[in-house]
Design a protein around this ligand. Structure first.
Ligand code: CO8
Length: 379
């Protein structure tokens, strides 16, 4: 028998450290000046390209990002380091990513009425940790989280870059409908700062760290105050090299620097912008029609948070007019691009005011390319 599935709780954790655009640009520009001075002769001879300056004005105009959170700020702005200084933990200690996963999971479980007084999960039997990268391959971060929450059942990790959250939500819906799970905890611990090349002017400002979590379960079991029935979900991928990280274990055998620029995040942002916007708008139009609704029936658009101009363009295509900020909330000004967590942050911060019967759409788009969406109705 197929079950109706609801989102019954959501949780958000953000780090205490903030990095403003001004701080980031000051550090990058100091690093670039130093690089240019050190390579003056080679630059003069045309053998090395000078590093161009970054600017706060460009970042805010091109992306809408004003600041980002950092799990560890120490080291990122240090021109002799340009990456966070994250202490290595012992194998018997909780891992960094499991820690931030739990920081979002517990409020999500509490919102769903599925957290006991000892901080353990009640009635959940499946855990998916889904994000752009996990800090190790095995044991899965999801299994570490499952253990910490005392969950009987199973867990696994999934990597789908920016669409990791929506693709995992779809896996959860399918598992509950098929009966292989009763209640699923989906967590997106996005520890992006170690993947960023802070010496790359085109991308040094894009990402921030955050963690989000969502509980899904059978409608008849749900006890959370705010419950959203999932009316439909859709996942699509189309291969593209325009957003890429080559980091991986084969680097150990390739005799290349495993942490060189090609192995960190890099993209052709302009092409991504041009190609993904129409794909996302078309995907959403089809998905909304597939559940028997019209775009005008959607009260809230919880969209992926990569770029303000992208979100405005996509909603304008869908509605034929500019969206009211309350219709399509923007969180990237505060959080920056948090890979898969963006649309879930928007959901966490902007769902409680919806009335029973209101419809909303959670949608992600990014590397792969990948696009994922869920249409929900508030109960
Ligand atoms: N300061 C000043 N000038 C700059 C800067 C800077 N920081 N950066 C670029 N410029 C310059 C460029 O060099 C260029 O100069 P010129 O015209 O002389 O060549 C000019 O500004 C314009 O550059 P662009 O055309 O690149 O600028 P855009 O208006 O396109 O803006 C953006 C760049 C903001 C990157 C924009 O293209 C964008 O946001 N695109 C969408 C990208 C996107 O959504 N990507 C998804 C990535 S996230 C994802 O998929 C998940 C991956 C996994 C997460 C990994 C975590 C680390």
């Amino acid at each position: 028998m197929s079950h109706d599935v609801v989102i019954s709780g959501a949780g958000l954790w953000k780090p205490e450290h903030v990095i403003s655009n001004a701080e980031l640009v000051e550090s990058y520009n100091a690093w670039a000046e130093r690089f240019n001075a050190e390579h003056a002769a080679a630059i003069e001879a045309g053998e090395v390209e000078a590093k161009p300056a970054s600017s706060v004005e460009f970042i805010e105009m091109a992306s809408g990002i004003r600041q980002r959170y950092a799990y560890v700020k120490d080291g990122i702005l240090d021109v002799t380091r340009m990456r966070p200084r994250i202490p290595r933990r012992a194998e018997d200690a909780l891992s960094h990513q499991a820690e931030i996963a739990l920081n979002a999971a517990r409020p999500a479980l509490a919102a769903a009425g599925r957290l006991d007084g000892d901080g353990r999960a009640v009635g959940v039997d499946m855990v998916i940790v889904s994000c752009a990268y996990t800090e190790r391959s095995y044991p899965a971060i999801a299994i570490e989280v499952q253990h910490a929450l005392g969950i009987e059942g199973f867990g696994f990790d999934m990597l789908v870059a920016c669409s990791a959250a929506t693709f995992a939500l779809q896996r959860a819906v399918d598992a509950i409908q098929a009966g292989s799970a009763q209640a699923v905890l989906v967590i997106n611990p996005e520890l992006t700062s170690p993947q960023v090349n802070y010496t790359d002017r085109d991308s040094h400002f894009i990402f921030g760290d955050v963690s989000t979590a969502v509980v899904l379960e059978r409608a008849e079991d749900a006890r959370g105050e705010h419950r959203y029935q999932v009316l439909g979900s859709r996942a699509r991928t189309l291969y593209s090299n325009n957003i890429r990280s080559n980091f991986g274990y084969v680097a150990h055998a390739e005799d290349v620097d495993p942490f060189g620029p090609a192995n960190l995040f890099h993209q052709n942002g302009r092409r991504v912008f041009k190609e993904v916007c129409p794909m996302a708008a078309e995907h959403l139009e089809q998905q909304i029609a597939a559940v028997g609704l019209d775009t005008g029936d959607v009260a809230r658009w919880w969209l992926h948070q990569a770029n303000l101009n992208m979100n405005q363009l996509i909603v304008r295509r869908l509605l034929g007019r500019d969206a009211d900020p309350a219709e399509a909330p923007i969180v990237l000004d505060e959080f920056a691009n948090t890979a898969s967590a963006g649309s879930i942050i928007a959901f966490c911060l902007h769902h409680e005011d919806l009335a029973p019967g209101d419809h909303g759409v959670i949608c992600s788009f990014g590397a792969g390319y990948s696009i994922g969406s869920l249409v929900v109705r508030k109960l």
